[in-house]
Design a protein. Structure first.
Length: 124
């Protein structure tokens, strides 16, 4: 390898080393738990916004059905996240991270479901 390539690779390695750990990324388990909670809370806030938009587009009968379904879905989400956490991290320090992550992912999936319902209402 010629000296200019060696110098380039050495400089690149130095820059990458200085940039690690990534800025703004949680490092300790506690920080990762807190970050995952923020991410779940953001997803939950978006879910609430989408839900409110959908409720506003429905008639009273459909609104009642949506409210019933949403309450049942929230109970499911919470129970499912607890199950996933129990299976992967029962009582461990990463249990909050696992529960928040599962809750966030389930919430993101629900957002897509509600957005699909809104799209169907718009198309009909």
């Amino acid at each position: 390898m010629n000296s200019s390539k060696t110098l380039f690779l050495a400089c690149l390695l130095a820059v990458l080393t200085l940039a690690w750990p990534p800025v703004g990324r949680a490092q300790s388990q506690s920080e990762m738990n807190q970050q995952s909670l923020k991410e779940f809370e953001a997803a939950d806030a978006k879910l609430n916004d989408v839900y409110k938009q959908l409720v506003a587009r429905l008639d009273e009968q459909a609104r009642t059905k949506l409210k019933t379904a949403q309450r049942a879905w929230i109970a499911f989400r919470d129970a499912q996240a607890e199950l996933q956490t129990d299976v992967t991290a029962r009582g461990g320090s990463m249990a909050p991270l696992m529960q928040n992550t599962a809750s966030k992912e389930l919430t993101q999936a629900r957002i897509k479901e509600l957005e699909t319902l809104m799209k169907e209402i718009t198309e009909h």
